[in-house]
Design a protein around this ligand. Structure first.
Ligand code: ADP
Ligand code: ADP
Ligand code: ZN
Length: 213
């Protein structure tokens, strides 16, 4: 099963992608997580990507495609994957479709987690992320058992630099301009499914499971 998560920054793509990955036993592939891992270890790619990420802009397609292209070849991808944060532009979607078509494959589901802009700022300002394992929490909607500590691995929770309000506003603009057109692209492909992302995490997930079967 090959699944794409669509939605604004902070819509809950990562939260749902982790639940999907665990239930269907497929890898969760997050380009944001891969970029952050590269930034942390200071790779050339990470250094280049950081410039864009800190400004709330997308990393250029060429760099992003370089980053992701080998990831699908991993042995763990044999039964599919859930892509979180990729594709984010039409050229990325087209590159993905072309690369899948080479082996006669295609995306099965594009799940659009629909959350209006006015809810996004609250989601982002309360998001806390684990530096060690990428776990994501929310100070109000999904608090960790112990404040500031990751439930999953005991790592320290931090606010992402790009989750500060000024950057969030820019990211939302970029989303509407560059990523939202993918909703129509996947609708035309016949694989788009939209869920109401303003519901509780568990309800959003049960709606997704109804779709995936
Ligand atoms: P969020 O979880 O808020 O949607 P991500 O963790 O997916 O954010 O991404 C963080 C940042 O990494 C993005 O704002 C963007 O700068 C960069 N990024 C991630 N994925 C892509 C992509 N597919 N194309 C371009 N830039 C990307
Ligand atoms: P994305 O990957 O789309 O950027 P995340 O999954 O990181 O979004 O979620 C953004 C923030 O909102 C996190 O702090 C997360 O804990 C919280 N969150 C996710 N889903 C919900 C939900 N259904 N209701 C309330 N808060 C949520
Ligand atoms: Zn952790």
């Amino acid at each position: 099963m090959k699944i794409i998560m669509l939605g604004a920054p902070g819509a809950g793509k990562g939260t749902q992608a982790k639940l999907i990955a665990a239930k269907y036993n497929i890898p969760h592939i997050s380009t944001g997580d891969i970029f952050r891992a590269n930034i942390k270890t200071g790779t050339p790619l990470g250094i280049k990507a950081k410039e864009f990420i800190d400004k709330g802009l997308l990393v250029p397609d060429e760099l992003t495609l370089d980053l992701i292209k080998d990831r699908f070849l991993g042995a763990d991808c044999i039964n599919g994957y859930v892509l979180d944060g990729f594709p984010r532009t039409l050229p990325q979607a087209e590159a993905l479709a072309a690369s899948l078509a080479e082996s006669g494959e295609k995306i099965d589901y594009a799940i659009n987690v629909d959350v209006p802009d006015e809810n996004i700022v609250n989601r982002m300002s309360g998001r806390r992320a684990c530096l060690k394992c990428g776990g994501t929490f929310h100070i109000k909607y999904n608090p960790p058992v112990k404040e500031g500590i990751c439930d999953l691995c005991g790592g320290t929770l931090m606010q992402r630099e790009d989750d500060k309000p000024e950057t969030v506003a820019r990211r939302l603009e970029v989303y509407h301009e560059q990523t939202q057109p993918l909703i129509d692209y996947y609708k035309e492909n016949g694989v788009l499914k939209t869920v109401d992302g303003t519901q509780d995490v568990d309800k959003v997930f049960s709606d997704i499971v109804d779709i995936l079967g």
